[in-house]
Design a protein around this ligand. Structure first.
Ligand code: ADP
Ligand code: MG
Length: 249
């Protein structure tokens, strides 16, 4: 499936560098994410995948270079930052649901506080989204009463409730028991087919083959290869990508 490539890319990352002390974790990263595009980021542990995602959401600062979303440079603070976090949803490995709120409240909190929706409007939309990810019957439960796969689907519904321009998913299935992985991947594939713009850090090659428009392979803080999934998996160009794929496939 090809994304619609009308107009400017949604995300433009231009010569971005990031250090943690002496450690150069993002090295001159330049890439784009088109509207409706699904980009899968893969690479060895410590290669900078999470830092790149977090930089797009400005959970991490960058040292130099620029990141723009929908033509706007990432804001430093204040209202702009709150808007950015609403427009750019993030799904983490560890679900990060609010433990003391019900499933429904987890999904409605953002729309009510940040988007100013009434309880009735937010509840109705949240129930539709919980239904879409297959957990509507869990709405009144607390997160701890749900399986990991159900919690992660709630986390996805919570992000969708903000009507984001882009969703970043950082190893969303890595903390799940094997039998729950596919129920989360199925939701992600559906989102991709619905045209959601996504950046997904994952080693789930089945998902990449099914849903990705492009694979970014990172190693040591660099984008080493960028290719369509079928090309990347069947004919990786660099020795680092060949080596990585031989370990995970
Ligand atoms: P990946 O997600 O690809 O495993 P990360 O982006 O998490 O990689 O990390 C890249 C490198 O930056 C690693 O060497 C990691 O140890 C280091 N790192 C990540 N976060 C911090 C931090 N807050 N402080 C110092 N070093 C960090
Ligand atoms: Mg990571």
């Amino acid at each position: 499936m090809e994304p619609s490539q009308s107009g400017e890319p949604l995300v433009v990352i231009d010569h971005v560098n990031k250090h943690f002390g002496e450690l150069h974790v993002l090295k001159d990263i330049t890439t784009t994410v088109g509207r409706g595009e699904v980009v899968v980021v893969i690479g060895p542990s410590g290669s900078g995948k999470s830092t790149l995602c977090r930089a797009i959401n400005r959970l991490e600062t960058i040292d130099d270079g620029t990141i723009t979303i929908d033509g706007v440079a990432l804001p430093e603070e204040g209202k702009g930052l709150a808007k950015l976090r609403a427009d750019v949803g993030m799904v983490f490995q560890s679900f990060n649901l609010f433990a003391h709120k019900t499933v429904l409240e987890n999904v409605t909190l953002g729309p009510r506080k940040v988007r100013g929706q009434s309880k009735a409007v937010a509840d109705k939309h949240a129930m539709e989204l919980l239904d879409r990810v297959g957990v509507a019957n869990q709405a009144s439960k607390m997160p701890s009463q749900l399986s990991g796969g159900q919690q992660q689907r709630v986390a996805i519904a919570r992000v969708l409730a903000m009507d984001p321009k882009l969703i970043l998913l950082d190893e969303p299935t890595s903390a799940l028991d094997p039998e729950m992985i596919s129920e989360v991947l199925d939701v992600m594939v559906q989102l991709a087919h619905d045209g959601m713009t996504m950046v997904v850090v994952t080693h789930e090659m089945g998902f990449a083959r099914k849903a990705a428009n492009r694979v970014l392979f990172m190693a040591d803080g660099e984008i080493v290869e960028e290719a369509k999934p079928e090309q990347f998996f069947t004919d990786p160009q660099s020795s680092r990508a060949k080596d990585f794929l031989s370990k995970i496939l």
